[in-house]
Design a protein around this ligand. Structure first.
Ligand code: TEU
Ligand code: CA
Length: 556
């Protein structure tokens, strides 16, 4: 199989609202992104994934789209987009857009029509059902808490919303909806974009008859029961045949609920569906066993290692992995699996980056991850903007599972807002993000953690990411090497090898602040040090706190 361009790419994700404000309204925008494209090029990433920039009432910060072919007012104009796209391409950067078509905004004209009457031509663009026993049509719960159904008086029926009440699910079983979506995609591709990240694309085909599911701790059936539905791959193959296959794109499906077996279809190397998927098993590895994500973190390194190892081994040669720790939905990985202690923060950020970037797959760097940015020290629920965090907290608080104080502690660990505080450009006011009042508070630690300081310090996290990204460009063993996990049960060490022919890498990562004895296997004795996160040479047979070392043998 010849190598595809995105198999050697490293993608930079921008959450536009929090990246760079150019007009002082406290909200990031497209001209702000355009002014920072050289920074992204200098990091070494070659592709940008833009979280949604389309017209939206911002109930879910742009993941509720009211016009798929126009730009969100706060972010600028289509002319601003064209300038940004043109400059990105001139710098050798590709642009991947966020495709949010499992649902639209309830302010989209399709839904305004659909809800107006039962026989409106747009009625079947969405999923309407009669109530049952005086309540919702089934027991499905929304990802954001509460029921996944909203009663609509106008036509005395309920509509489905797996996410917020203002995000009605589109009816993909309706061929006219598929035509609308495919035409819109082609319109953007004709403008010259280079691919799509597809929001919850694994949920578009609902189970026949919309049956009740097994209720979870909140009494509702989890929304993930709709994942990988009966027509999922039929619709994606139709999308590929009618649109994607006409271009040379990076397409990544955000596949909530995807299994390894399913991923072999979504991301198979024969190009009949998508380039790759975002899976969530490694993101769920530290969930609370009963309350899931929105409860205290339950770290378990062996479980994290086992899931990543399984995805590495089972997709090798069959399908393609994405690699990520951070995005706009996840708490910052330095706070989640690293250390915020001043003496360890940068070491742990570099160790986490090494662990991820030495694997097989396309790595994604989320804005600020290349600086080692951390979670925010929230002190009150009132500071939280995120609809998902608030919805889940209110559900659990109302049921007596969580006090307000426990809720604030949970937000400091788990809220999506930890990823959405403004990008930290410098140590000045608002971290150089805005000359106005930022829509979400800037982390006070921007005086210590910021791009301006790091781009010129050779041992910074930023410069370490530059090295990692350069190595991926240069070494086939990183792109194509086969993965083997060592020490699967060790609770602190994540050690694995990559081999391609005679060449091999030994990747040793200490996920703890405990120094550990660990003897390098004989076949790596005396091997060259390809990469290390400590400034001083490694002590043989020992791994220092948060230490990462990559040994290379058999290089030609
Ligand atoms: O996220 C969908 C999804 O899978 C959620 O479970 C998400 O990963 C969650 O926040 C993790 O706990 C996508 C977008 O990435 C998210 O920002 C949107 O809120 C959501 O879809 C609805 O569009
Ligand atoms: Ca702005």
């Amino acid at each position: 199989m010849e190598e595809k361009w995105w198999q050697r790419s490293v993608v930079y994700q921008i959450y536009p609202r929090s990246f760079q404000d150019s007009n002082g309204d406290g909200i990031g925008d497209l001209p702000g992104i355009t002014s920072r494209l050289e920074y992204i090029r200098d990091l070494g990433t070659d592709t940008i994934w833009l979280s949604p920039i389309y017209k939206s009432p911002n109930d879910d910060n742009g993941y509720d789209i009211s016009d798929y072919q126009d730009i969100m007012t706060e972010f600028g104009t289509m002319a601003d987009f064209d300038v940004m796209l043109e400059k990105a391409h001139s710098l050798g950067l590709k642009i991947v857009m966020d495709l949010v078509v499992n649902h639209s905004s309830d302010e989209h004209k399709w839904f305004v029509e659909s809800r107006s009457s039962r026989d409106n031509p747009y009625r079947d663009y969405y999923i309407w059902r009669e109530g049952k026993n005086g309540g919702a049509p089934n027991n499905w719960g929304s990802c954001f808490g509460g029921s996944a159904w909203k009663y609509d008086e106008q036509t005395d029926m309920y509509f489905l919303h797996l996410f917020s009440k203002k995000q009605p699910d589109l009816n993909w079983d309706n061929p006219v909806v598929r035509d609308e979506v495919f035409n819109m995609m082609d319109w953007w591709l004709q403008k010259g974009i280079d691919g799509f990240r597809m929001d919850v694309i694994s949920l578009i085909s609902k189970p026949e008859g919309l049956p009740d599911g097994e209720p979870g701790p909140t009494g509702y059936a989890p929304f993930l029961l709709t994942a990988n539905g009966p027509h999922e791959h039929e619709y994606l193959r139709e999308m590929n045949r009618r649109v994607l296959s006409k271009y040379d794109l990076l397409t990544v499906g955000e596949c909530a609920g995807v299994t390894l077996e399913e991923a072999k279809n979504y991301a198979n190397l024969d190009g009949s569906e998508l380039s790759m998927v975002f899976q969530f098993e490694h993101m769920d590895a530290d969930f609370h066993p009963v309350y899931g994500r929105y409860a205290e973190q339950c770290k378990n390194l062996p479980r994290l290692k086992a899931t990543l190892a399984r995805w590495q081994k089972e997709l090798d040669g069959v399908a393609w992995n994405s690699l990520y720790w951070d995005n706009h939905d996840q708490p910052r990985v330095v706070s989640r699996y690293g250390s915020e202690k001043p003496e360890y923060r940068e070491l742990s950020a570099k160790m986490l980056a090494t662990c991820l970037h030495m694997m097989q797959g396309t790595p994604y760097v989320y804005q600020g991850e290349e600086l080692g940015m951390t979670n925010y020290p929230w002190t009150s629920i009132d500071q939280i903007n995120d609809i998902e965090s608030l919805g889940n907290y209110r559900d659990l608080h109302a049921r007596g599972y969580m006090s307000e104080e426990q809720g604030v502690a949970m937000m400091r660990q788990r809220s999506r807002d930890n990823a959405r505080t403004p990008m930290q450009w410098d140590d000045g006011p608002n971290a150089g993000f805005s000359s106005g009042t930022p829509w979400l508070p800037v982390n006070p630690n921007h005086t210590v953690i910021n791009a301006a300081e790091q781009v010129k310090r050779p041992d910074s996290v930023f410069c370490f990411y530059q090295k990692l990204i350069r190595l991926r460009r240069e070494l086939d063993v990183i792109v194509h090497g086969h993965f083997e996990l060592l020490e699967p049960e060790d609770p602190e060490l994540f050690i694995y090898t990559r081999t391609l022919g005679d060449e091999g890498l030994l990747v040793m990562c200490n996920f703890s602040e405990n120094a550990r004895d660990w003897a390098v296997p004989a076949d790596y004795a005396g091997a060259d040090v390809l990469l290390a996160n400590y400034p001083t040479p490694a002590e043989s047979g020992r791994l220092r706190p948060w230490e990462a070392i990559v040994l290379r043998k058999g290089a030609k």
